[in-house]
Ligand binder design. Structure first.
Ligand SMILES: Cc1ncc(COP(=O)(O)O)c(C=O)c1O
Length: 365
């Protein structure tokens, strides 16, 4: 079966680098928040052209701690999209804040200036935007401008968009802060959980640094409220430092596969995403079809896995019961019924890419 991702192919390819990193940490005898974490934070910030980076245990904690550092408190309203897997909503709920859901654009599947403006007008304390599937939000500059003008904090969730950029500027550097996940399947993925916050603002950075470690201002002295323990391991940091120099070339390979798909998949019942330049790092390659479930079954019969990112809009998640029953975001709901993720990862062979293309093209509706 051709999987949508193959982490064993990845670890096999980078076996030498992984072994070097793990050996280095074991020999050092330092396993949490040590020199490897510092080194990775510095190089990741430099890579992205940000002043600071603070690593944490995962991408959801990164959003939660960044929002807290931006001053979001219990009872505040925070804007988010509802088509990005519930991660931001989980972070918002962890603070005791309430999500305000924004719709997205049908073609790009990311948020628009118009939706952010509506959210600001409705009184949100902060806006979280998601660079979904690896696509830098086309209107991110305009969104950042209006947030600045209206004095609303902007957090960019870049968990799926490591090194995506618009006009030479990396995502995560447009707003007050940017968050990342290093979950193993991400374009920059560790061998376990990991996350980070980048920012140019030293006050936000300092706050996050204290929030990730019990709220300590000195060892065993707890001064910052609502903190938690959310630290990156030395082994994960060392592995990420080994992977980082290969990120750009791995993104290029993903984009090459996506470009191939978009130019050669040709089926009247399938809409392919536009693949342009470095604004898309092809984290996920997502097509649309009104008969998505039939196409999925057809691919399964040809031994090709696919997935749906994501099948349930956040506000329809069972955890909410009827709380958001009155909310209907038309495009978000249409997309949840039409989207399908095809295999796309750097280790795919050309032959596997061709296999996916002919499988889609051979689908008889
Ligand atoms: C868009 C998005 N935001 C946030 C997260 C949360 O990251 P993590 O799984 O590391 O908590 C993920 C990934 O899982 C994601 O895809």
């Amino acid at each position: 079966m051709l999987q949508i991702n193959n982490l064993l192919a990845r670890t096999t390819r980078y076996q030498t680098q992984i072994q070097t990193a793990v050996d280095r940490v074991i020999r050092s005898g330092w396993f949490v928040l040590g020199p490897e974490v510092k080194r990775f934070e510095q190089s990741f910030a430099t890579f992205l052209g940000a002043n600071h980076c603070i690593s944490v245990a995962n991408g959801t904690d990164a959003i939660e701690l960044a929002l807290k550092a931006l001053g979001v408190q219990k009872g505040d309203k925070v804007a988010t999209v509802a088509n990005a897997g519930m991660y931001t909503t989980t972070a918002v709920l962890a603070i005791g804040a309430t999500p305000y859901f924004m719709d997205v654009d049908l073609e790009t599947q990311v948020v628009t200036l118009e939706e952010v403006t509506k959210a600001i007008n409705s009184g949100v304390k902060a806006v979280v935007v998601t660079h979904l599937y690896g696509l830098a939000i086309p209107q991110i500059s305009e969104i950042a401008n209006i947030c600045t003008k209206r004095n609303i904090s902007l957090l960019e969730d870049c968990a799926q968009a490591h090194l995506a950029k618009i006009k030479g500027k990396y995502v995560g550097t447009f707003g007050n802060a940017g968050t990342f996940s290093f979950y193993p399947t991400k374009n920059l993925g560790a061998l376990g959980d990991g996350g980070a916050i980048i920012s140019n603002d030293p006050a936000i950075t300092k706050k996050v640094e204290l929030l990730r470690q019990y709220g300590w201002t000195a060892k065993y002295q707890v001064e910052i409220p609502n903190a938690k323990n959310s630290r990156l391991d030395e082994i994960q940091a060392a592995v990420l430092s080994e992977f980082l120099p290969f990120l750009e070339q791995d993104n290029d390979r993903r984009r090459q596969i996506a470009t191939h798909y978009s130019s050669l998949i040709n089926h009247p019942n399938v809409i392919t995403p536009p693949v342009k330049e470095k604004d898309y790092i092809a984290h996920l390659y997502v097509i649309r079809s009104a008969q998505r479930n039939q196409l999925r079954e057809h691919l399964r019969q040809l031994d090709i896995s696919s997935d749906i990112h994501y099948p349930i809009p956040d506000y329809q998640q069972p955890v909410f019961g009827k709380q958001f029953a009155q909310i209907h975001l038309q495009i978000t709901e249409q997309l949840a019924n039409e989207i399908l993720t095809l295999p796309c990862y750097p280790e795919m062979s050309d032959q596997q890419v061709e296999q996916v293309i002919s499988a889609v093209n051979s689908w008889c509706v």
